[in-house]
Design a protein around this ligand. Sequence first.
Ligand code: GAL
Length: 429
Amino acid sequence: MRVTRRTTAAVATAVALIMTLAACGGTPGEAAAPSVRNHTNVSVYTWWAAGVEKTGLDALVTVFEEQHPDIEFKNDSVTGGGGSAAKDNLQSRLENQNPPDTFLVHAGAELDDYIKGGYVQDVSGLYKKFGLTDVFPKDLIRQLSTDDGKIYSVPSNIHRANMMWANPKVLQDNGIDPSAEYDSIDAFIADLDKLEQAGVTPLSVGTTWTQVHLLETVLLGTLGPDAYSGLWDGTTDWTSLEVTTALQNFKTLMSYTNADRSNLDWPEATQMVIDGDAAFNIMGDWAVSAFDEAEMKLGTDYVAVPAPGTAGTFDFLADSFTMSANILDPENTEAWLETVSSVEGQVTFNKIKGSIPARTDIDRDEFTEYQRMAIKSFDEDTIVSSLAHGAAVPVSRLNAITEATNDFVGDNGHQDVATFQAALAATTN
Ligand code: GAL
């Protein structure tokens, strides 16, 4: 527990209460121990609050209710894709000592601040208890583990961030080969230009976090996996010419996007491709669940290819769940984590979410053609960490990058690339 002035006050109150109980003849031990029976639910904090994301969560809850019928699931979710609103709200709840029992967090650097703050409990004991250590990929276990070998969350799934979705009819109508993968951003820009000339919205995007997502794939597509990873471990110079080129590419791509972008979250931006109102959308593979829901068929009704210049790379992120510190009833949270990590939980959830199970001991044939492609890519390709989805950097640095991106784009392109680059470079300090 982090010792704050508030905890000191809480301890003083508890001591006073115990003294009062002792004076009344009560047993201090009884008063202090939280009763499991007083607390029959588990509050689960996510940003899967609406649409297909909620459908995925609901499916997981169905498994939870079957596996643990005596515990009530309490949906504690905050709208906003990518956790854009949830993370700030969560932070103030944690600081105010009002934690949900468990919260959604990305595996990787995003956990750092929560661990440092003392907001999450070490759950490595559950890995032994549920037999998880060998069923998750080694790379994922490494992402989840701290230097001293502790693990603070349990993964539900793995997503690929560097995917591009396209409407083949829109492409065909405008003389563009719908099966084409772009091996460079320059080749992509040439086709975006063709679409723009024809009066079609070439590329759909949404509010700031989706623009940071786009920026991430452009950095990866321009720099390649090694230099991209170097941006996060300090071996790539943010002020280099390659980064300038990447940011120029980002600026160019943004100039081909829809003007109403700041009003849209990812589902609406992806919907533009589903409806044929835009040709392309670059988004993580949770987007496939929207195409599935619209009953569109891969290859015929929609196209899914790696974002331009990123073939051969799997831009990785994993959703995972914590056990908050200082909660009344860890047993109920343990039950939730058991469901999240169970074979049945992972199969049921991932079939709807579009992601691949974090567990490797699952029959791959149960999944869709897109998911089998993602599993193959995860097995064979170079894995890099997602910026926008918590694998590469802690929340505080992502916030700084998001702010710089918002200033750059929000200024309607009036801010120059050099200012943007300097602002991004400053986030390394
Ligand atoms: C990601 C999350 C995904 C999906 C997406 C859009 O951060 O890992 O599971 O929810 O945001 O909201």
